[in-house]
Design a protein around this ligand. Structure first.
Ligand code: AMP
Ligand code: GLY
Length: 421
């Protein structure tokens, strides 16, 4: 079977790696891929915004299944487009991808179905927002209602910070908008919770803890994710049941009441307080770096799982999991998430290969002949699975030290809440 993976990050390299283990696969295309996917699949540099070109390529190469990694093409309707041309695609359609594309869409579902989430107010003009802020308690959260790749969320300690955020949003910093979302600030511990769904039934797809801040001890600027571990230490049966009953099932009910179905991975970003879950946001895809840390724990054929979803047969399909701990640490370009140099060579990287317990997933890398250079902020994900987070962390740091890339940096305290207690 020929398949294509859309995207170029660590999440996509992890998907390609695990799919390439399936004996049903004859060829994988990574569109556009990175230097890591190039070693195990064929990279094709196409413009993801040009759906017609993408379709022409898929048709010409007789690709039988397309798996969409990132949110942008999902929110822009790639699945609807390809399905209209009879191509099998794994990922949600445009209407339901609004769960990530529009925070207000999600909040309205939460309101209607009584899903626990932060109290909120949708404001339709600058004046309305300022008026509302003048009688609000702080801290609170101001959010732009657009796909802003984790940006567009402001935690505000006082009215001046909130007014600055509101002005930036209405001035179009994240694109044209005529509304903002103001939210109550939730306290607690964050957790990433995943399901996989075929539109009729769903299965849980593990949990993870992401470390979003750039600095040790979870300090400094927000990033795409400096590392993660799975499973989350917060999860237990009681909490999982609450998440399913109070959040996931009502959301899927809301979708079916719209005469839609959800096919793909669904990622609930949750705040957990006193073993009670609150929905912060939905993402309509796997997380990055959560995907890199979760997939090595899957003990079943990933292609068969995804195929079962595309054929509405997930219910009878069993997903097996390894009883191990998994950790991922991202090696980043010095300066990230602010300015960093591009096209910096990473020597010796080709010598690092994934093994049974150690995985190396590229993110912002590109190859020029024999040379691999860094082209992004997050460059390489090192993953290890073992019986303890501490031993995984030690092994990963060992690997990073061996690579000895002097233009890179990483957080050495991933998992500190479960390791360094
Ligand atoms: P989002 O893009 O909605 O996931 O927001 C990015 C990050 O902002 C989340 O991962 C949280 O750390 C934080 N955040 C968002 N909304 C809230 C909230 N209502 N209360 C506390 N923290 C929040
Ligand atoms: N790890 C955060 C995200 O994928 O959005």
């Amino acid at each position: 079977m020929k398949i294509a993976i859309i995207g170029s990050g660590g999440r996509e390299h992890a998907l390609v790696h695990h799919l390439s283990n399936s004996n049903k696969i004859t060829k994988i295309y990574s569109i556009p891929g990175n230097a890591g996917t190039e070693e195990i699949s064929v990279n094709i540099d196409l413009n993801l915004e040009n759906f017609q070109d993408l379709y022409n390529f898929i048709k010409k190469e007789q690709i039988e299944l397309v798996i969409v990694g990132p949110e942008k093409p999902l929110v822009e309707g790639l699945v609807d487009f390809l399905e209209s041309k009879n191509i099998k695609v794994f990922g949600p359609r445009k209407k339901v991808a609004q769960l990530e594309g529009s925070k207000i869409f999600t909040k309205q579902i939460c309101e209607k179905f009584n899903i626990p989430t932060a109290k909120f107010k949708i404001c339709k003009s600058r004046e309305d927002t300022f008026l509302f802020l003048s009688s609000s308690n702080f801290p609170l959260v101001v959010k732009a209602d657009v796909l802003a790749a984790g940006k567009g969320v402001y935690i505000c300690q006082n009215v001046d910070e909130a007014r600055t955020a509101v002005n930036e949003i209405f001035d179009g910093k994240f694109g044209k908008t005529d509304q903002v979302l103001i939210e109550e600030f939730l306290e607690g511990d964050e957790m990433s919770f995943f399901i996989i769904s075929d539109g009729i039934s769903f299965k849980t797809f593990n949990t993870a803890q992401d470390h979003k801040r750039v600095g040790e001890g979870d300090t400094g600027k927000n990033t795409g994710g400096m590392g993660a571990y799975s499973p989350s230490s917060l999860i237990n049966n009681d909490l999982e049941n609450k998440i399913l009953n109070k959040i996931i099932e009502p959301t899927l009910k809301a979708i079916s009441e719209m005469n839609e179905k959800y096919v793909g991975f669904l990622y609930a970003g949750l705040m957990i307080k006193n073993n009670e879950p609150y929905l912060i946001e939905y993402n309509v895809r796997m997380g990055d770096p959560e995907c890199q840390t979760i997939l090595p724990l899957v003990d079943s054929d990933l292609l068969e799982i995804i195929n079962a979803c595309c054929n509405s047969k997930l219910e009878t399909h069993k997903i097996k999991w390894k009883n191990k701990k998994s950790m991922c640490i991202a090696l980043c370009s010095k300066g990230y998430p602010e300015k960093y140099n591009k096209n910096v060579e990473i020597k010796n990287l080709k010598k690092f290969k994934s093994t049974k317990d150690n995985f190396i997933f590229h993110a912002g890398t590109k190859s020029y002949g024999n040379k691999i250079v860094a082209v992004g902020g997050r460059v390489i994900n090192f993953v290890n699975i073992s019986d303890s987070y501490l031993s995984s962390r030690k092994e990963i740091i060992n690997q990073i030290k061996k690579l000895n890339w002097e233009d890179g940096f990483y957080r050495s305290d991933i998992g500190h809440k479960v390791i360094d207690k």
